[in-house]
Design a protein around this ligand. Structure first.
Ligand SMILES: Cc1ncc(COP(=O)(O)O)c(C=O)c1O
Length: 409
């Protein structure tokens, strides 16, 4: 089929078969099965000002904080030109390098490396520390960016059972010294890694350890220094990575490491050499964000209290909640059940995020609620009342995941 664009040019809408096949498969898999002919992740309604939004990962509710906003605006107004260039050209005096030092000091690491996203930090790190001779031991539910990094590095992945340090131990004994990779908080289920056990096993075998703290940096630890710091493991973990698009509410990622590694990384990582570094107004915002994250402990306290209340109350309503954190997911299982749950919530103005394959195992789809510190008790009670009222409508008592027997609900 040829279509004509506004310049009068003909544009072919079809690709050769090797691309067409993929597009048709996507249509068949994600669009066709749904009533609204949209992928399951897109509901039927748009949120409005009164909606309860549980989709954003701005856990400390700081994205419109005046200190952060003003820092960014002031920098934009004051500057002439932004440094649009790769980080290899940046000197120690640059705003970016000075911010990296501040972040390192904040977590207790010697150095840090600012990256364009959390995705980029995981790919960039794996690309540099692993290759086809290095076994990489990775928790089965670790973030996709870490799996992609292993692929790009050409390394061999040895997945171990989720949160199972003994299985990790057996695998390393069999395949030898390598890299151990985990998330501190798992982004679909919200459960927490047994970091002390994992790092002990990794250290025992002389492995290099990588912990993705995307969901804990800023939200856990003293002044938000993260979970590795909270567990007293900073001296034993080689690398912490994180997305700064969660509690830091910006668009970037970071790697915490030794100063020796940070010195060489910009010149050996393709992601650093061949991609533009963050801009000065973005760094200005992050500097202000770090002030807020460190100073406003009450936000972390509210986040933890809100999360605990939602988790425990949903569990007592009979929902299967495996979360131990601010990521509170309702595992509905079948995609048809997740669609019904999503619709029932959205009709009552509550917006969570549907997760399905490839983000979850098959038939373990779920709705993820990302709790934040700005939710009031009234907001949470509204969500809980809705979740109680809709149990029959969504057939929750018949879900495989539902733990409490129907008679006790
Ligand atoms: C655990 C984890 N690591 C890495 C990332 C990627 O971060 P970003 O969105 O900044 O690329 C995410 C975000 O989805 C994540 O949840």
């Amino acid at each position: 089929m040829n279509t004509e664009n506004s310049h009068g040019h003909k544009h072919s809408a079809y690709f050769p078969d090797f691309i067409e096949k993929r597009l048709r498969h996507c249509d068949y898999k994600y669009f066709k099965p749904r009533k609204n002919k949209k992928p399951l992740v897109l509901g039927n309604c748009l949120p409005n000002a009164g909606s309860i939004m549980l989709q954003s990962n701005d856990y400390l509710n700081i994205s419109s904080h005046p200190h952060i906003r003003n820092a960014q605006v002031n920098m934009l107004s004051a500057m002439n030109r932004e440094p649009f260039m790769s980080a290899v050209f940046l000197h120690e005096e640059s705003l970016l390098k000075r911010f990296e030092k501040r972040m390192a000091h904040f977590t207790g690491f010697e150095s840090s490396i600012l990256c364009q996203s959390g995705w980029a930090s995981n790919i960039g790190l794996m690309e540099v520390i692993a290759d086809s001779t290095v076994p990489v031991y990775i928790d089965f539910f670790a973030h996709m960016s870490l799996w992609e990094g292993i692929k790009i590095a050409g390394a061999n992945a040895y997945p171990f059972r989720h949160n199972d340090a003994r299985h990790l131990d057996r695998l390393i004994t069999e395949h030898g010294q390598g890299v151990v990779v985990v998330d501190s908080i798992y982004s679909t289920s919200g459960d927490i890694a047994p970091l002390r056990d994992i790092i002990a096993v990794s250290g025992h075998h002389g492995c290099v350890s990588v912990v993705d703290e995307s969901h804990s940096l800023g939200a856990y630890g003293e002044h938000g220094a993260g979970m590795v710091s909270q567990c007293g493991l900073t001296d034993q973990v080689h690398f912490v990575t994180a997305s700064l698009a969660k509690a830091f509410a910006g668009r970037a990622g970071i790697i915490f490491c030794s100063s020796r590694f940070a010195k060489y990384y910009p010149y050996i990582s393709n992601l650093s050499i061949f991609s533009t570094a963050l801009l000065d107004h973005e760094i200005a915002a992050f500097n202000a964000t770090l002030d807020v994250v460190m100073a406003e402990n009450y936000r972390r306290e509210a986040l933890n209290e809100n999360s605990r209340y939602l988790r425990e109350s949903l569990s007592s309503l009979g929902y299967a909640i495996t979360s131990q954190s601010q990521i509170v997911s309702i595992i509905s299982g079948l995609e048809s059940d997740t669609e019904r749950l999503r619709d029932a919530l959205e009709e009552r103005n509550i917006f969570g995020s549907p997760f399905l394959t490839p983000a979850t195992p098959k038939n373990r789809s779920l709705i993820r609620f990302s709790v934040h510190s700005g939710l009031s008790r009234e907001n949470l009670d509204y969500v809980l009342n809705v979740c109680e009222d809709i149990r029959d409508e969504i057939g929750m008592r018949n879900w495989k995941s539902t733990r409490i027997k129907p008679t006790t609900l």
